[in-house]
Design a protein around this ligand. Structure first.
Ligand code: AMP
Length: 176
């Protein structure tokens, strides 16, 4: 199965960036030609009939497959970035992290009410950062918003899906 193949090539780095965290290092999937192709192709199959016009990638690991998928879907690609990185006018959304507050930004002219948006990131843990991105995208009143992650962590009591509204359409390729 493709997803078992992806899982087999995903590197786990214990105690990174701090003791106790099992870091899922998606760079081992990005560098592997077949894994990269599987991820983009599987996502294409999931979203090809949804009328997606913009893929929004979350900085920075969401940029890699997000941009490749946008190309394949014939959609545009939008960067959701950390504060102060985008040069033109932005909309912002702040959210609480374990230690303090963080903010995510998108250019004001990046999304319109005519867009159907797919939000993409590498990994769902608590869901906090994607929920902020979801709320930020919805400030633009797009026609519809979808959410995707490559990996969904459900170990160690994590249930990131639960932070999203019940009608949010979320897909993930690998559950751990
Ligand atoms: P969260 O907002 O808690 O869902 O965290 C998701 C973001 O943090 C993603 O952009 C991931 O890249 C990163 N992240 C959180 N936990 C991990 C982990 N165990 N392994 C790899 N990346 C992680």
């Amino acid at each position: 199965m493709n997803n078992e193949y992806l899982l087999k090539h995903l590197r786990n780095v214990p105690d990174f960036p701090i003791p106790g965290i099992q870091f899922k290092d998606v760079s081992t999937l990005y560098k592997h030609p077949k894994c990269l192709r599987i991820m983009v192709n599987e996502l294409y199959e999931l979203y090809k009939d949804k009328g997606i016009t913009k893929v929004v990638g979350i900085e920075s690991r969401g940029f890699v497959v997000g941009a490749a998928l946008a190309y394949k879907l014939g959609a545009g690609f939008v960067m959701a970035r950390k504060p102060g990185k985008l040069p033109a006018e932005t909309r912002k959304e702040s959210y609480m992290k374990e230690y303090g507050k963080d903010t995510i930004e998108i250019h004001t002219d990046a999304i319109t009410e005519k867009d159907v948006v797919l939000l993409h990131d590498d990994l769902l843990a608590t869901g906090g950062s994607m929920l902020a991105a979801y709320n930020l995208v919805n400030q633009f009143n797009p026609k519809q918003t979808f959410i995707n992650f490559i990996i969904e962590l459900t170990i160690e009591g994590l249930h990131g899906r639960a932070v999203f509204p019940e009608d949010a359409e979320i897909t993930t390729l690998i559950k751990i």
